[in-house]
Design a protein around this ligand. Structure first.
Ligand SMILES: [Zn+2]
Ligand SMILES: [Zn+2]
Ligand SMILES: [Zn+2]
Length: 253
């Protein structure tokens, strides 16, 4: 890259007018009179290529401003200071990221989606590392937790209250398939997300799960209504046309 310097000879990239230097501002005057632009505008639009104006911080896609006709290194002080530390690398997808998308430096993953992946991967490894006896105990715990939730939500299972309907053999089979489900990461979504999904399916509403908009991940996107749904923390927030954000209370209500 040849940096602009008033001492060098200048050839106008718009009309090929050439002058030996711009020390007295004659080239600047040419630009103003012939093309109605300032030297700064000319340098940005015609002299430097787009790549030469990229911010030097690797995760930034902004363009830099000029200082005395030369591109600055960074687009902002924030980028200059972020550049001092190495970006984090996502433990799941390997993408580089920084505190602009994940406020805590200790976060291992680049997005909520990768975070869920990591969680289910570690659940998978955890299940894999369990002994048979541990698996059985873990399984029993999950079953009793599910039963408690069902009781609380008044949604008894079809076999509730019935005893002796399963043979030992069948129970073994169910256990095996449940463990397999766990290992196949079927339980990746949070409880409230699953409830929301059931609701959407019931009303035949088309949705995209884990929708990403402007570096932010939302739980559901309803294309036909242009609505984003965030189930986080038990609160349901809708954004209409991506502008208006309103909390509509907890999902239970
Ligand atoms: Zn010209
Ligand atoms: Zn920048
Ligand atoms: Zn990732």
């Amino acid at each position: 890259m040849r940096l602009y310097d008033a001492k060098y000879n200048q050839t106008c990239k718009i009309c090929n007018f050439t002058i030996s230097h711009n020390k007295q501002g004659r080239f600047t005057l040419h630009l103003k009179i012939q093309h109605h632009i300032s030297l700064n505008e000319y340098l940005i639009s015609y002299y430097y290529s787009s790549d030469e104006l990229n911010c030097s911080y690797e995760l930034c896609e902004n363009k830099v401003k000029l200082y005395r006709g030369k591109p600055k290194k960074f687009c902002s002080n924030a980028c200059a200071s972020r550049n001092k530390a190495k970006p984090n690398i996502c433990h799941v997808c390997g993408k580089k990221f920084d505190t602009t998308v994940r406020p805590h430096r200790a976060t291992k993953t680049c997005s909520k989606y990768c975070e869920n992946q990591l969680r289910s991967n570690s659940t998978y490894n955890w299940h894999k590392s369990m002994s048979k006896q541990q698996k059985d105990e873990h399984f029993t715990k999950i079953i009793s937790k599910t039963a408690m939730t069902r009781k609380k939500n008044h949604t008894p299972s079809w076999n509730s209250g019935k005893t002796g309907i399963y043979s030992q053999e069948v129970i073994k089979k169910i256990r095996k398939s449940t463990l397999k489900q766990m290992e196949n990461k079927v339980f990746r979504k949070t409880k409230i997300e699953i409830l929301m999904e059931v609701f959407l399916k019931e009303f035949k509403i088309a949705y995209t799960y884990s929708f990403i908009l402007e570096n932010r991940q939302f739980d559901f996107y309803l294309k036909d209504y242009n609505i984003l749904i965030e189930c986080d923390g038990g609160l349901l927030a809708c954004t209409q046309n991506f502008i208006q954000i309103q909390q509509t209370g907890s999902l239970k209500e």
